[in-house]
Design a protein around this ligand. Sequence first.
Ligand code: ADP
Ligand code: MG
Length: 343
Amino acid sequence: MNRVLVPWQMDSAVPPLGAQVLQLDGQTMGTTWQVRWVGQGSGQHSQQAQAVRTAVQGVLDLVVEQMSTWLPGSDLDRFNRASAGSRQVLPEAMADVLDAALWLAQVSGGAFNPAAGALVNAWGFGPSPRYTDPGFAPPDSEAVQAALARQDWRSLRWDRASCQALQPGGVWLDLSAIAKGHAVDLVSRRLAAMGIGHSLVEVGGELRGQGLRPDGQPWWVDLETPPPQSAQPPLPTTRLALHGLCVATSGDYRRVYTHDGQRRPHTLDPRHGQPVSHGLASVSVVHTECLWADAWSTALTVLGLQDGLALASAHGVAALFVQREADGRLTETLSPAMEALAE
Ligand code: ADP
Ligand code: MG
């Protein structure tokens, strides 16, 4: 059985006759990007394609220069290394991301925490040490406690008007759970500003679709599903019309290691300092902004099925939870807003 999700609203602007789908891809943020758009001309070397490549890569490079924990000298890196008690001016373009991240930290009771960078590093998911390094060992409880003492997002005293944040000392911001989605939004808006209103933008599996394809169909995408275990039946395919919508999926089956028989996925629970382990195989969130889809999918992954479903329901967030049951079966749960898309 398959499920089809369609948006609450459709707008009627259709692409011009004779237009076709063009496609480009590239690298960013340790993963890939892909852009499809409805345009004129053909091939990757047309004038429009070259302009699109320059614009897309420019937008993505700027997000990295501002918000990456991986790029030495990024604005985020400068903040993280600043001396205790100093106020750092951050680029205005980071304001929406920080506002969103801090709001979600608040409403999720710290399950989502943009200041959890020290913890991320301790578990080997930052640039160094890497969990893939030979001889890497997960942190002991002392190291975990030390990281937890450095993640108080409330101490940042973020002031949107002056774009300043206080480095209270040792706080390591990590916006990796939200910046990718934000970058997708920015690319999509940049294309629109270039007159490209019909596009499908993807960075590392997070997607945003605007407008329609030349045949008048929306951009259809299938939600990523976790690989089923051995003899288990596969989950139904969920097909989504990305028309003015975005989708992000967090999964426990990518960027994960096993230590002493325990799965260690790269999503951590900052409330106790351990990698999440309550059996959610994936969470997909559909939202009109990819920044929110990305951030919510990480937040709900940390909260787990029960608390995540309650929070998603309270905030009208469209989420699809895939739970790994004790016998290996995968079961799906939809939040009310996701049910509404499926009707
Ligand atoms: P996924 O695609 O699985 O959702 P993301 O790339 O969105 O993953 O986010 C995972 C990254 O976010 C981690 O690699 C880490 O840098 C950071 N992170 C991990 N746990 C948290 C958390 N609880 N709150 C905020 N950021 C986190
Ligand atoms: Mg995320």
